[in-house]
Structures are given as C-alpha cells and as structure tokens.
Ligand binder design. Structure first.
Ligand code: SF4
Length: 230
C-alpha cells in the first residue's frame, strides 16, 4: 500500500502529464491553463464540479471568483479550509464559451479523475450541481431530487460515499438555494466521521511473460566441394 507522500508524488506526476494534454484538440487549443485541481493530496473530502470557467482557466485553480468564495465560506462554517479538501472538475480544460462538455471530451478526461480518486483516496465525494452528479452516478436523475442524499458508489477505482449538492454558482443569487446548500454542508462532518468503505480488490495486471526467444533453424551445412568447407 502506498504511503501518503508516495501518493502525493504520483499525483504530481499525473498533474504534469495533464498539463500538456492535447487529447481534446479544441480544448487544448483554446485554454490558457489546464485546471487539474487543488487542495490536499490526502483529503477525505473531494469536490467535483463540471469544468473550469473563464477565471479558473486564467488562474489554473478551480472554484475562484464568487462561487469559490461561497465554497470557502461554507467550508469555514464546518471548520474546514481549502487546504483540508481537494477540489477539481470532471473536465480539466475550459470548453469554449462555457459550452457543455462533449461526450468524447468527458471520455478523454475521465482517466485523470479516476487517477485523482485512486491517489487521493477520499472517503466522501461531493458532486457540485447537475452535470457532475449525473455523470458520476451514470444516471439522468437531477440534483433537485438528489441533493443531500448520500449513497455508496464505486467511481472508477474507488468506493466512496457520494454526496450530491447544489453548485455554489447556482446558489449565489438564490438565497433559498444557498440555505439548502448550507444545510447540506452541515451534514458533511457526520459523513466524514464514518469509517472508510471497503475497497474493491485492486486489479492485478497479469505478469507479462516474455515470448521465448524464437528458435532460428540453422541452415543445414552444405559441403562446398569447391572450397572444401562446410
Ligand atoms: S479536457 Fe482533459 S483530456 Fe481533454 S485536453 Fe484537457 S486535460 Fe486533456
């Protein structure tokens, strides 16, 4: 089992790999930075949003601006800071004009999210808003029905308590929604106090047995009468 510092180093390697990723040509051409995610590499709580916006793209950090400030405030109210949690998005690059991510782009980027989950080892994953919730649950049920309901889910390599909540940006201008978000946040300490869920057995890659050296048939030696040699 890898130590926290080994997992942190591996996460940094994934970050470096993602920072020059061009799997989605349109996104790679239009972005300023890859917004990999930030926070504690050994966090028990991970937030997953949709994709970077304009400010995030410029600064390379997820959830900056007003929505980020609200996230910080809500974290502070339950005694946490950004340094205690890890915050990222499903998609690591900003779609042009903030359009919805395309299925192919989600597919391309999924491996980064799965590796983040595998290396950070969170106990609780909060999906922020409709998009991330639908995607990580693999189900079209919307956030209005699901927010504040915890369920156990296998996401990629990691079994976690999935806890969908409203996106802070949606709560910015709707006080009623902000109160629901606040109430859902208040349950987080109780969820974080629960034991870690049993994890699936790691997939052991079969040992690669090298092909045996090909046996090259030596050509029969032919007596060369002229030279007198075999
Ligand atoms: S969105 Fe993800 S997969 Fe696509 S280019 Fe950016 S980092 Fe690569």
């Amino acid at each position: 089992m890898a130590s926290a510092s080994e997992r942190r180093e591996e996460l940094k390697a994934v970050f470096h790999e993602a920072s020059s990723c061009v799997r989605c040509p349109q996104l790679a051409a239009g972005r300023t930075t890859v917004v990999f995610g930030s926070g504690n590499a050994d966090a028990d709580l991970m937030f997953v949003g949709e994709a970077p916006g304009a400010n995030e793209d410029k600064q390379g950090v997820p959830f900056v601006g007003q929505a980020g400030k609200l996230l910080d405030t809500l974290l502070g109210e339950i005694g946490l800071t950004r340094g205690d949690v890890f915050v990222c998005n499903v998609l690591k690059c900003r779609p042009p004009g903030n359009r919805d991510p395309l299925p192919q782009e989600i597919d391309n980027c999924q491996d980064y999210l799965f590796r983040q989950l595998e290396l950070i080892e969170p106990k609780v994953v909060c999906t922020l808003g409709n998009f991330a919730t639908k995607l990580l649950r693999g189900d079209p049920t919307g956030i209005t029905r699901l927010h504040g309901r915890v369920e156990e889910r296998l996401i990629g390599p990691r079994r976690v308590r999935l806890y969908p909540i409203y996106h802070p940006a949606a709560a910015l201008y709707t006080p009623a929604m902000a109160e629901i978000l606040r109430a859902d946040f208040r349950r987080l300490p109780e969820l974080l106090a629960l034991p870690v869920l049993d994890q699936p057995e790691p997939i052991v890659e079969p040992e690669v047995v090298p092909d045996p050296e090909p046996v090259i048939d030596e050509p029969d030696l032919v007596y060369d009468e002229q030279l007198g040699l075999f």
